[in-house]
Design a protein around this ligand. Sequence first.
Ligand code: ADP
Length: 323
Amino acid sequence: IKKIGVLTSGGDSPGMNAAIRAAVRAGFYYNLEMFGIYRGYEGMIQDDIKRLDSKNIAHVLERGGTFLKSARSTEFKTPEGRKKAYENLKSHGIDALVVIGGDGSLTGAHLFFQEFGIPSIGLPGTIDNDLSGTDSTIGFDTACNTAIEAIDKIRDTATSHDRLFFVEVMGRDAGFIAINAGIGSAAAAILIPEKKMPIEHLVEKLKIRSKAKKSSNIVIVAEGGKSGGAGEIAEKVKKFLPSYDIKVTILGHLQRGGAPSSFDRLLASKLGVAAVEGLLQGKYDVMAGLINNKVVYTPIKKAIVDDKSVDEEDFRIAKILST
Ligand code: ADP
């Protein structure tokens, strides 16, 4: 392996820049040529590929987003699109790939490896934490910190007005951000996709808290919750508790932004190096992750299929703390 292409794809996450920078630095350390593939698979198809030097990666570690930009590419889902992408890689002499993204991006990398045999390693770049083979994904910790900071602010106004707030956090298929942010901000209840909570049950909980003279109530709702989004749930609860002053806040994309936390910087840096070293050791079609602070390479197929779900123990603790 002499030339490695790096790309970020799918939903962006804080720490992607740190991962790119670490992979590129590691490449230079091992005397490799490093290429940036801009706008994910879309840029691979459109030949938006440039050789990177150390200037390109200066002062990016601390910045949110991804300087390589990210995109979703429907063309890459077609065999013709992937063929075009392969031809472009060949024309630059790129003989290995580091793909940083979520389960969709890694699915694409797996397929591409199967079809063209280009050595590739995936890195878990998503705020959702929904990939197996790593304790935490790059960006998850920052997103939780951002959510908690926002909820703290909402708590101030909720307390001042004795309001009930429904705060929606990201996590379409997994309630990781919701459970962490919920425990970390003393939420009255946490609604996640993995567990259904009947509205009556939630209402009962809120009534009990009201009797206990809790001055503010914040309910955290993961966007893909089985009982609906924060707006829908607030509507339903309002029917049972018409006298409550109920407000809804959707945190939305602010959870994706911002400077990565120290945890994410370290995680991304370790995994960026692990990606390049893994490729040099002949580990292909795998995702590099960190488990118990050790680098682990998991076949991409396993990392994306074995859907992780919120730890039962975390859920139990959340329950105890909100009762
Ligand atoms: P994420 O990586 O954050 O999960 P997406 O699911 O949108 O984001 O996937 C990002 C991109 O990865 C898609 O736009 C597409 O180009 C590629 N991709 C996703 N799934 C596949 C697939 N089954 N086959 C080929 N490419 C895919």
